[in-house]
Design a protein around this ligand. Structure first.
Ligand code: 45D
Length: 322
């Protein structure tokens, strides 16, 4: 029987626990635009008391510089309007340009805006703003999440901002091939050991990803293979996966801890591995509890891998079907 992506998506589904991240974002989505901006500002500055992202490198900031300079020259009212337009995904020139940014450039853009807001160069949250009960509620919900989940909420809201450019074709903004490199925050872990796992494709995948060697990682996939990032649809085919990895998987530290492997009658294997991933934005200070669910074909190639955010650290141990 041929392997299908649709059936691959369901492997180990009965060992999964729903993450509180989408639930928190759903609450956020119900807020009006000014409340959303206020929530994000408070969540970001509150989080900043314990963990702060690393400053983006100059190569990355250059990609956002054009927009940032335009915004700096605006009046305070215009600056506030730009932020409202971004949050409401309005169709404006700035909101379109932002929509073409890669995930990490979007984060760098907001990082810099945040610095400029702190310095008073750019308008802070709308003047006279009073925190609504809705904002308080979403903030309290967010505070109950672990740090890895909190930064994911922020990241996903930043990614969703701006005009949706997915139907507009290629942009004039530099992307994939010019994506600046992230500095690794910790030494590369060269020999991977995962309790319960000996599958070469999986060990090779982790080793390659930890060295940002995406060509080596992609060579482990079937040509029609797929990678499904957290809360996203599968990315299918080697070219699309490589592009995605260059944009979003640089500098990650992957520390798988344990896993199980189940061999199927057709010779394919289903593996579930849990562990911790660190993003170069926060380095060793924030760990994200995740799982990888791999489907390996009978030839030992990766047909499918899904990356899921775990609901809680307890879920790291939750490998068995119940
Ligand atoms: O004023 O095996 C706001 C894959 C607005 C690859 C702001 C992976 C208001 C395959 C926006 C709040 C990648 C899928 C200001 C594995 C405001 C694979 C500023 C997994 C100033 C394992 C906000 C990788 C700012 C994972 C600046 C799970 C916010 C990666 C900045 C996860 C937030 C990475 C930042 C995450 C968040 C990174 C920098 C969650 C970064 C989060």
């Amino acid at each position: 029987m041929a392997l299908t992506i649709q059936s691959a998506q369901t492997i180990f589904s009965n060992t999964q626990v729903p993450s509180p991240i989408p639930a928190t974002i759903a609450l956020f989505d119900q807020l009006n635009v000014d409340d959303q901006l206020a929530y994000l500002w408070y969540a970001y500055t509150e989080m900043g008391k314990t963990i702060t992202p690393a400053a983006p490198g100059s190569a990355r900031l250059q990609l956002a510089e054009g927009l940032l300079n335009q915004i700096k020259q605006m009046t305070r009212e215009e600056q506030t309007k730009v932020m409202r337009d971004l949050a409401s995904r309005a169709d404006t020139p700035i909101s379109r340009s932002y929509g073409f940014f890669s995930v990490n450039t979007k984060l760098a853009f907001w990082y810099e805006l945040g610095e400029l807001m702190k310095q008073g160069v750019i308008a802070p949250i709308p003047p006279g703003y009073q925190m609504s009960p809705g904002v308080k509620f979403v903030l309290e919900t967010t505070q109950k999440l672990d740090p890895g989940q909190q930064i994911t909420v922020l990241r996903n809201t930043v990614v969703d901002m701006g005009f949706d450019t997915s139907d507009l074709g290629p942009s004039s903004y530099p992307k994939a091939s010019t994506e600046p490199a992230f500095q690794r925050t910790t030494p590369v872990i060269s020999s991977v050991q995962i309790d319960g796992i000996t599958e070469p494709a999986v060990l090779g995948y982790i080793e390659a990803m930890n060295a940002d060697n995406f060509d080596a990682a992609i060579a482990l996939f079937t040509t029609d293979g797929a990678l499904q990032p957290p809360f996203q649809k599968p990315i299918i085919g080697r070219e699309a996966i490589t592009k995605y990895m260059r944009e979003e998987a640089q500098g990650l530290n992957m520390m798988p801890q344990q896993g199980i492997c189940e061999v199927q009658p057709d010779g394919s294997k289903q593996l579930k591995i849990t562990g911790v991933v660190q993003t170069p934005w926060f380095g060793v200070t924030v760990g994200m509890n995740i799982s990888w669910r791999f489907l390996i074909n009978p030839d030992g190639k990766i047909f499918f891998v899904a990356i899921d955010m775990l609901a809680s650290p307890q879920e790291l141990m939750n490998l068995r079907r119940v």
